[in-house]
Design a protein around this ligand. Structure first.
Ligand SMILES: *[C@@H]1O[C@H](CO)[C@@H](O)[C@H](O)[C@H]1NC(C)=O
Ligand SMILES: *[C@@H]1O[C@H](CO)[C@@H](O)[C@H](O)[C@H]1NC(C)=O
Length: 192
């Protein structure tokens, strides 16, 4: 699942829509920006499939890795760069790679700026503040710890945050797409 591609869309959309939101009053909670580096284990449910995503977000280095395991599927790596290039590849016996170029890069830590506050709600058993942004994402953050608990996309994809390790980062070598990603024609794609 193109997890961050969804989020990247918000960057574009928010350019157009940000001005429609009035600035929040002092007592209105605002979403905590994402840490510049973190590791999260995500449990995602789509309409008819389930997936675990191992997410490594690294804003200072402009990159982001999703290791995606669909239920009884193939382990898929998605290395996304802030210049808009994403590599989707598998390792092992019959490796594949697709390179995609998007209009925007990885989401900024403050991609939720300007979201509408929805109030508090118990989500996945945690008391959360919720926000909605441009009818695209509904985002829930623990009131006390400020950690993200869950976010839902407009298209029915629901993401539960299982672990959230602030400051965790992977060694550079982990982000290097395999050689076979560079030996064939690139696919190009729009991100929206
Ligand atoms: C973006 O950065 C990555 C990593 O440095 C690189 O492999 C890729 O070719 C770059 N894409 C573009 C369009 O420059
Ligand atoms: C899930 O189902 C809804 C309703 O049928 C559809 O609009 C949406 O695009 C689907 N989402 C995905 C990710 O397939």
């Amino acid at each position: 699942m193109k997890f961050l591609n969804h989020l990247s869309c918000i960057g574009l959309i928010s350019l157009a829509f940000y001005s429609q939101f009035s600035s929040p009053s002092p007592e209105t909670p605002t979403p905590t920006p994402w840490p510049e580096q973190f590791h999260a284990l995500l449990s995602m449910s789509l309409n008819e499939s389930n997936q675990i995503t191992d997410l490594w977000y690294d804003w200072p280095k402009g990159r982001n890795v999703n290791v995606m395991q669909k239920q009884l599927g193939v382990l898929l790596y998605d290395v996304e760069w802030d210049n808009g290039t994403s590599f989707y590849y598998t390792l092992g016996g019959n490796p594949t790679c697709r390179t995609m170029n998007f209009e925007v890069g990885i989401p900024r830590p403050d991609f939720l700026n300007g979201a509408n506050y929805l109030g508090t709600q118990v989500v996945d058993g945690f008391l959360c503040n919720g926000w909605e942004k441009v009818d695209f994402i509904w985002y829930y953050e623990d009131v006390h710890t400020k950690r993200p608990v869950r976010w839902d996309f407009y298209d029915g994809i629901i993401t539960h945050v299982i672990t959230f390790e602030v400051g965790a980062a992977l060694p550079d070598s982990y982000f290097q797409a395999p050689e076979y990603c560079f030996s064939k024609e690139k696919d190009t794609s729009q991100s929206y």
